[in-house]
Design a protein. Sequence first.
Length: 449
Amino acid sequence: MSIHTIAEAASALAAGHATAEGLVEAALARATDPSGEGRAAFVSLQADSARAAARAMDLLRAAGRAPSPWAGIPITIKDLYDQAGLVTRGGSVALSDAAPAAATAPSVARLEQAGFVVLGRTNMTEFAFSGLGVNPHYGTPRSPWDRATGRLPGGSSSGAAVATADGMGFAGLGSDTGGSCRIPAALCGIVGWKPTARRVPLAGTLPLSATLDSLGPLARSVACCALLDSIMAGEAPWTPGPARPVRGLRLAILEGYVAEGWDATVTAAFEAALARLSAAGVQLDRLRVPELDDIPAVNGTGGFAASEAWTWHRDLLARKQDAYDPRILARIRRGERMSAADYIALTEARAKLIAAIAPRTAPYDAVVMPTCPLVPPPIAAVEPEADYNRINLQLLRNTSLANFLDRCSISLPCHRPGDAPVGFMLMGETMGDRRLCEVAAAVEAALAA
């Protein structure tokens, strides 16, 4: 039987059609397949502990003592989440001699308490500071599309996206500071979720930007993401109910610089998705928000990511600068040039923009746009530094809005099977996470109909 989502895996386990051990072994087989992407998707597999946990969950289920319906389902975690007794490297070699974590990150521990099995730690852009997914230390996993060419997986949660798309677990935990869950989801043809940042505790994770960091899952359906998100946030497990009809939803198609520079494939897939939603009864309005045009200039001195990353990294750089990817090092060092006045002005400007933009989007069920203006570029295309920076900014441009505005957001695939992957992004209101999941589930069902 084909088991695609977490809900399908839970049903198969409950009916006795599958075992946790079987699900874990199937995922490990894909991760260790020499012809697959496992070598680059993971920085470490935890095969022995995953097998032991799966056997334990099967015994508990047989005794009627499984901790949840999802006990035994394998997932992966990005290499910036702490696991007790293991070194958290953040996709870098600069932390290889760091002390092992004393405790597991609360967001991971909550999933383990529900019985989810951690299959391994996934690769990522070094210290999460790029949307491309390139890693010179551990390799760069390829997007599932056009592997013969070798295309970018998106970042920074590159390994989580590729592992999930390739069946190496049913979901992967990522992080999202400017799009790092949604960009790789879009470039790998899966779903990526960014919660309102304050909902999921950042404790036990390596920071990029304390102001913008969000922790979220990448999975194969909206419901998968919603379930994992609720558990990570310490809430009662929740998924959207039966998909509500999209008829009557009011979506705003964001205009301005986010609507510029789309390649032809993105344009065709996004417009086709809009046409299907309109035919299904969705009200679509074009929305221009003039204040959005101020955001690039507000971030012109480096933004929160550069300033806050520099604060965290400066002592490590004094000892290990030569261990860093030079392209990541350059991004971190932008923060060195920011003054306290720059940072305070940035904080104040952000608060004013959030307050000004909120009433403009409040009448809508969600704001929509393509997740990325490009389909996955070839990995070779970002080897020149100038192209690395240019393409990175293009991929981050649309997704970073939700982080700056302190919103929740989700990327859904909207391309036809076999075509280049294209993400359809919905942005909700601050703390409107459940509502956005319900809207996204309805859109997902309409696009799949």
